[in-house]
Design a protein. Structure first.
Lengths: 231, 354
């Protein structure tokens, strides 16, 4: 934390590399959603317009596949970064799902329902953040399998009968829909539209959050930084 | 006496040129003149290629046809001398058959459609083998298309087209459509059912009803009709499932290389799937798919080709789709519930702080 940041009451939450990865993810997922749902709901007039805008079904496929390859590359890079880099390793450790997360989830439910007065105290990543992180990572991994299978359809049909590919198509489409719902309903609300950050959490651009926000939303992280003398 | 008769004939002939005057009288005389020679059964001509051209015509030749009231010179109007000094030209039907004619000929633009068609264009380019009106409709025995005896009636038109398109006719005759046509099935298409009547274009012409992006539309005009297909126990969902498939979507967006109905089922040789010669017989599916997907193997024939994920008969595909549908709905509900709970709890927390 630089002195200027501290003077302004700011803490770094996302390093530049993570911000870049996040931005790439945002752009690519949006692109994949637009091109993918245009095909899935091709009878819809808006979808038709999108496909025409992209230059027909053939070009739509190219855009979708280029975006998918970049997304997979982004994920592979991220995996290596989390496993090997000095910054990634401790981050990954904080992202493991532990017993505490389940307790926190139940505790927050109890609190929100008025059955308890204690709201759970989160570390850098609470159960909501972990759920999004693993959901997105595993989701991208899974959807890549069906995607590659459908892309290399002549190759996959050397091993699988046709109905497996039909199945892959169904799974790919619905999984995309599920992922889209998670991202644009849950993630956007929890991170940006949530009353604590409304209209948005600036950390995805600046990388910084305010100290008060941290104390309010992630008290354990706040206390840890305080103990380490970083605040 | 003969001289007098001849003079009277001339007077009558003169009358023939005045419209509406003594028309019937002149007509019968013109016919009598022609049948002087053409009425002899042995009146025929040996052509250079060895074929014999029958020139036998009697007063009954046009009887029963749509031109029953016409006479020879109405169509063969270029014949003015007997014997003909010049070879009479082929009859030009457009002399009467054009929109706005005063002859009482059917008022239609079919002739314009014909001239735009591949046949008409071939004629315009000087192809003497291309068909004129009379090549399909017949010359003297022209009947209305609805008349089962007409050369262009649905039951006969394949044979008429087959005079030139011999190989295709042979294929068609043994196809499911051809066999049904021979059995007298009323709904089955003949050549014109798919290709159109006067508006016949090359399949490579975007105007054609059998152009790559129009084929599915053409087939579905019958095959999506429960009323028609129900009679023969054929499913109609094939049309909808094709449209939902990758092939169908690409086709709807104008791809000309993607498979349409006829790419897999055949064109003139369409046969039912249980026929060993059918392109979609499971044994032949790898070869059929292999036309576009190199190295296609028997895996291509495992599972239904026309899959409808919304139909329970699709088995695992239906259940997977249903599972994901409810998973998505369930997740959405859970997330929305969590969001509202969170908002509720948070407002409470803020109030408490205050």
């Amino acid at each position: 934390m630089s002195r200027a940041d501290l003077a302004a009451g700011k803490v770094i939450r996302m390093s530049l590399l993570f911000r870049i990865q996040h931005l790439i993810l945002t752009v690519l997922l949006t692109l994949l959603a637009i091109t993918g749902f245009a095909l899935m709901y091709h009878e819809n007039s808006l979808a038709r317009w999108i496909i025409e805008f992209e230059g027909g079904v053939h070009n739509r496929g190219i855009v979708h596949r280029v975006a998918a390859v970049l997304l997979m590359a982004n994920l592979v890079y991220h995996v290596f970064y989390m496993l090997l880099s000095r910054e990634g390793k401790p981050e990954l450790r904080q992202l493991f799902i532990v017993r505490q997360d389940i307790d926190d989830f139940l505790q927050s439910l109890r609190y929100n329902l008025g059955m308890s007065k204690e709201y759970p105290r989160f570390g850098k990543y609470g159960y909501k953040e972990k759920f999004q992180y693993w959901g997105a990572s595993i989701g991208i991994l899974l959807i890549s399998f069906t995607g590659i299978m459908l892309w290399a359809e002549e190759f996959s049909m050397r091993f699988f009968p046709k109905f497996i590919l039909d199945l892959a198509l169904i799974i790919h489409g619905y999984q995309g829909l599920l992922g889209f719902v998670l991202l644009y309903l849950w993630h956007i609300y929890n991170v940006h539209l949530h009353p604590s950050s409304f209209p948005m959490n600036p950390s995805w651009i600046t990388g910084k959050v305010s100290v008060e926000w941290l104390r309010e939303e992630h008290p354990l992280e706040y206390e840890k930084l305080k103990e380490e003398g970083l605040l | 006496m003969r001289k007098f008769a001849f003079a009277a004939l001339l007077v009558f002939l003169g009358g023939a040129f005045l419209p509406g005057f003594a028309r019937d009288a002149s007509a019968s005389i013109a016919l009598e003149k022609c049948t002087l020679c053409h009425g002899k059964p042995e009146f025929r001509k040996l052509l250079v290629d060895g074929q014999i051209r029958d020139l036998f015509v009697t007063g009954d030749t046009l009887a029963g046809s749509v031109h029953a009231k016409k006479v020879c010179a109405d169509c063969h109007f270029d014949v003015s001398e007997i014997p003909h000094r010049e070879h009479p030209k082929r009859v030009t039907c457009t002399h009467c058959h054009f929109k706005g004619n005063h002859e009482g000929a059917p008022q239609s633009d079919n002739v314009l459609a014909y001239f735009d068609s591949i046949h008409g264009q071939a004629i315009a380019r000087g192809n003497t083998k291309a068909p004129l009106c009379q090549d399909c409709h017949g010359s003297h025995r022209i009947l209305k298309a609805k008349d089962p005896g007409s050369k262009v009636a649905r039951v006969n038109v394949a044979e008429t087209c087959g005079k030139c398109h011999m190989e295709i006719y042979a294929q068609f005759k043994t196809s499911i459509h051809g066999v049904a046509l021979a059995k007298g099935v009323a709904e089955v298409p003949s050549c014109t059912g798919c290709h159109g009547e006067h508006r016949i274009y090359s399949r490579k012409d975007p105007k054609s009803s059998v152009y790559a992006t129009h084929v599915s539309e053409k087939c579905s005009s019958c095959h999506s009709s429960v009323k028609i297909m129900g009679k023969f126990g054929i499913e109609t969902e094939q049309v909808a499932t094709y449209k939902e498939s990758f092939h169908g979507v690409a086709n709807q967006f104008g791809s000309r290389t993607v498979a349409n109905c006829s790419s897999c089922h055949g064109v003139h040789d369409i046969r039912p799937p249980d026929d060993p010669l059918s392109m979609v017989n499971p044994k032949n599916v790898p070869k059929t798919c292999g036309k576009c997907h190199p190295g296609a193997n028997p895996n291509f024939a495992v599972g239904k080709i026309h899959v409808d994920a919304k139909n329970k008969e699709s088995g695992i595909i239906y259940w997977t789709a249903a599972f994901f549908k409810w998973l998505t709905i369930g997740t959405m509900l859970a997330l929305v519930a969590h969001i509202f709970l969170d908002m509720y709890g948070r407002t409470k927390r803020l109030r408490g702080e205050r």
